[in-house]
Design a protein around this ligand. Sequence first.
Ligand SMILES: CC(C)(COP(=O)(O)OP(=O)(O)OC[C@H]1O[C@@H](n2cnc3c(N)ncnc32)[C@H](O)[C@@H]1OP(=O)(O)O)[C@@H](O)C(=O)NCCC(=O)NCCS
Length: 245
Amino acid sequence: MKEKTQRNGLQTVVVREFEAADKPEIQRIFSEGLMEMVADTAFRGLRHHPESLLLYGAVTVACFAITMCWWMIGLLPIVVLCGRYFCSRRVIHGYLEQAMSRDMGDMEGFYKKFPDSCLWVAVLDNKVVGVVAALGRQKSGVVELHRMSVERTCRRCGVGVALGQKVLEFAVTHGYSSVVLGTTAYMPAAHKLYQRLGFRCVGVTNGYVTPGARRSLMEKVFFRVCHHHYSLNVQNGKIASCGQH
Ligand SMILES: CC(C)(COP(=O)(O)OP(=O)(O)OC[C@H]1O[C@@H](n2cnc3c(N)ncnc32)[C@H](O)[C@@H]1OP(=O)(O)O)[C@@H](O)C(=O)NCCC(=O)NCCS
């Protein structure tokens, strides 16, 4: 099945395979979604890494003990936040560049030539508003869902669910046993979406090395993420119903 439609209020979300003309919009939606992770990782991520907070606290106390300057106490948190933002931006930008030099730069080569991979777009009101891709691994019988991103102004309308369901259908029709994905997002949206689709978190890697990271000392100090692994068994050919919007 090439096309899937889902009612979304008065509009209809159409999920179809991408066409060459969609490429600029796909790249924009993907890169904007990815760059949202910069602030997420730098600031929201702080709450999830007590070891980093401990390190920053210890450095602040040590600096104060050495210099006895009160303004150190106020200045160091600003330095830490700037350092975290700068490093998150650099790593995520590196990841984006890597994606653009591979599948997101050559979508035809990666997603049109081989039957075990595919990239879809969600279309709402004749506009491309979302993207997702599937990468099948025949040997392990697993499909990886990745590149999920929805236009900011079209969120919470069921576009993410429609895209996710397309990947699940793909896995079932091609006889795969499960769909897997990984995310380093701390924002609840991605986690809630995958849970809504029926995925279960099967593991968390703390200190995950993001592809494109340089692993410099600065990045080690200011960039730390958890990688959540999600999996959904589709062996019995049944896809959990996510409710209609
Ligand atoms: C994650 C993302 C794809 C969700 O897309 P979406 O079109 O808004 O998702 P849906 O409208 O289909 O939402 C499905 C469910 O997910 C949950 N959800 C989505 N956004 C949410 C949010 N901001 N807060 C809490 N739950 C949220 C809800 O349970 C929602 O169902 P409901 O609206 O009936 O309550 C979108 O927010 C996005 O593109 N984010 C930036 C890029 C990103 O994080 N990609 C994932 C990388 S792994």
